[in-house]
Every structure is written in structure tokens, then in C-alpha cells.
Design a protein around this ligand. Structure first.
Ligand code: AMP
Length: 185
């Protein structure tokens, strides 16, 4: 079987930031598995991965808390092909998409920034339209990219100052290492 054609941006690679979240079925392992999957994407190299944070769910009803992180990659995949790849990783990790948004999920991958591109079409909005409201995105993003500016919005530092990060709890490295070992088994 031939692999589906992937549009590759042959002119240059772009630095891309991706938010990762999980609140079902061993969230720490889900996030670490997603990190490995991102590292394995074609035409893509993992540049950095933030610490993991726990954060209460903001979705409807009572939900388990989330584990969140942010990855930085360098990729030649074009934006919509990258979105396809992110959705394939979500599906591979058991993400079920339904009509109601905000329900608990094994994995959510959001394309935060694609270089300094601004994209706005039916499938994709970049910068991610809600990233500036979310401490659970801005804090890990700042951890790995302290000097980053969000096109049209300003520095990540300034954006983080405007939201409360009080509910974020950084996950102890030893817990992440233990989960990582279990994930490797
Ligand atoms: P969600 O329920 O948060 O996983 O939303 C996924 C939907 O948002 C998909 O249908 C995507 O096409 C759309 N979408 C628009 N912009 C983005 C983005 N920057 N990152 C991820 N999904 C996006």
C-alpha cells in the first residue's frame, strides 16, 4: 500500500508549538506517548518538551483534572498536513470525537503557532484562537520559549501575566519518569 501524499514545504522548515492535554486513561502516560509520536512524525524533529502540569478541567460537568504540556518541533510538513498528523495521533490514542466539545479525552493536540504564520480557514486557525486565555498553555510554552512572541498578540510573558496560573501544579519529575518507564513497558 502506498502512503498518502504529504505536502512538504520545500522552501524551509518552520518552528511549531503544539499544546498537549489529556484527562482520561493515565493522562501522564498519554502525554508522554504523544511526545514520542510527535518525535516520530515525518519531516519533523522534536526540539523541546515542557514540564507536565496538572490543571482542573474547564469543560462541562465534573471531569478528571488534565495533564498539560507543550512541545516545540521543527517541521517541513505544511500546516494542514500537520493538523492531519495531529488528529491521527489523537485517534491512535483513543480520542473519540463527538458533537459535544469539551468532554473528557484521552488526548487533545492543538496547533498553537506555526512559525509567524497567521492562518484562518474552515479547518485551522493559527495562532490558536484561545491560547491567550489558557495558563495551562502559556506557562509550559514560556518554559520552553521564554522570548517568544505570538503574532498579533505580543509576548508570551505579557500574555501569561494577564491570566491566573494559580490552579496549575507542576508534576514532579520523578512521577513523570515513573510514568515514562511504565509507558515504555
Ligand atoms: P478540539 O475539539 O479542540 O480538538 O477541536 C478540533 C477542531 O478544531 C478540528 O476540527 C480542527 O479542524 C479545528 N481547529 C481549528 N484551529 C485549530 C488549531 N489551531 N489546532 C487544532 N485544531 C484546530
Amino acid at each position: 500500500m502506498t502512503a498518502p501524499a504529504v505536502r512538504v514545504d520545500t522552501t524551509s522548515a518552520s518552528i511549531v508549538y503544539i499544546a498537549i492535554g489529556s484527562n482520561l486513561e493515565r493522562p501522564v502516560q498519554q502525554v508522554l506517548q504523544a511526545r514520542d509520536a510527535l518525535a516520530g512524525l515525518p519531516e519533523t524533529r522534536l526540539l523541546g518538551f515542557s514540564p507536565l502540569y496538572r490543571n482542573p478541567a474547564v469543560g462541562p460537568g465534573q471531569q478528571p483534572e488534565y495533564v498539560n504540556a507543550v512541545a516545540a518541533v521543527r517541521t517541513r510538513l505544511a500546516p494542514h498536513d500537520l493538523l492531519d498528523a495531529l488528529q491521527a495521533i489523537e485517534a491512535n490514542q483513543g480520542r473519540v470525537r463527538g458533537p459535544v466539545r469539551g468532554l473528557p479525552r484521552t488526548l487533545d493536540l492543538d496547533l498553537l503557532l506555526y512559525g509567524d504564520r497567521e492562518i484562518n480557514d474552515q479547518r485551522l486557525t493559527v495562532p490558536h484562537p484561545r491560547m491567550q486565555q489558557r495558563a495551562f498553555v502559556l506557562k509550559p510554552l514560556l518554559d520552553i520559549a521564554p522570548d517568544l512572541d505570538v503574532p498579533g498578540l505580543g509576548s508570551v510573558t505579557t500574555l501569561l501575566c494577564a491570566v491566573s496560573e494559580a490552579s496549575l501544579e507542576r508534576i514532579d519529575e520523578s512521577e513523570a519518569v515513573t510514568a515514562s518507564r511504565e509507558h515504555a513497558r
